[in-house]
Design a protein around this ligand. Sequence first.
Ligand code: ADP
Ligand code: MG
Length: 406
Amino acid sequence: MTTFTRDTHIFRDEDMLRDDYQPESITARESELDTYKTALQPVINGAQPRNIFLYGKTGVGKTAVSRYLLKQLQEDSVKYDDVSLSVFWLNCTNLSSSYQVAVNLVNTLRLADDQISTTGYPQQRVFDLLYEELNSIGGTVLIILDEIDHIGNDDEILYEIPRARSNGYLTETKPGVIGISNDFSFRDNLSPKVKDTLCEEEIHFSPYNAPELEAILDRRAEGALYDDATESGVLALCAAIAAQDTGSARQALDLLYQAGEVARAAAHDRITQNDVHEARNKLERSQIEHGMRELTRHGHLSLVAVLQLALESKEPFRVRDIYPQYRTIAERSDIDPLVRRRMHDHLADLAMLGILDRHSRNEGRSGGQYYEYQFSVDLEIVVNVVSDFEGLTLPRRVAKLIHSVE
Ligand code: ADP
Ligand code: MG
């Protein structure tokens, strides 16, 4: 008997729906590509490269477009003997300072058996090592710093590298920096000297609309799915949902992938619109679960307090009901409770994340206003997440319920 047989429906090549898949062509970004291409033109001319800053929300094609265009640039630059182009990518997701970026750049440029330690050097020494490496490469060096917003205010490096040539540190190499950011406030908060150098060329990527997302999905589905793998309207539905929510191609692709998995699990021969709705619910649920897990300690305490109340009596609840619960749980867990108003901020956060519903009410004749809270997700989801919290002494009812589920 065979346990596994290869799919003959739905997915032809599911890897093409994964986030790290690099599409061979770019859809629906003509004007951004044009601007980007113009900004890179000096490289082909053998001139000093411009520094470029790309920004826009997550999933709108910043990384994909950059990879696509830089690959073209590398291929085309080979045709010119007097252009020697090297391109280095660094994802800055886990880096929180210019120092860390500089160390990681040195290590990106160096061989694997010649890496430097990530701590312990004075900042200037790391910059010197970086210039040494850059000088030894020669020609034009483009450095792409993706997700650069993670370095926050510590943005010195975005000034240092572009200026290294005019400051006399780089004699052999013409450096260019391409910074990519998901966070708009990062751009606004860049120090003025960085803004002047890095943002020489700025390219803004706006969210996609539904027809653009559908075109992207259509192109991707050609390779990823079998020809008749979707009921009519499925791609348009994924596109419409993502356009309404975030305008992110990542969200649209995730939705299609998840819908395909729902269809596969249900042994459908093709993806139906219902599968898309189910996939959307699943994704939303896992997003909310993720949101709950990522809360701070006091966010967790507030969540458990409301959960305990919801298990005891009928929702909704006022802050004056929730706060004493919160205090009790905090004290039993050996955590200093926040004052009531600060705890209320956490309830507002829970509402913003879509975990709680919040309504304002008027207090009879006195005219005072207050808020009422209730869960906007199944308690079962909340219980499931809360059962993983560590370091909290859970109230009895919550603990008992978790026990009975496990
Ligand atoms: P960002 O870097 O802005 O967060 P990405 O470039 O990673 O977004 O895009 C997210 C996903 O959507 C990737 O799988 C990418 O291949 C795809 N994608 C985004 N824009 C396009 C586009 N214009 N054409 C084709 N695929 C795209
Ligand atoms: Mg990206």
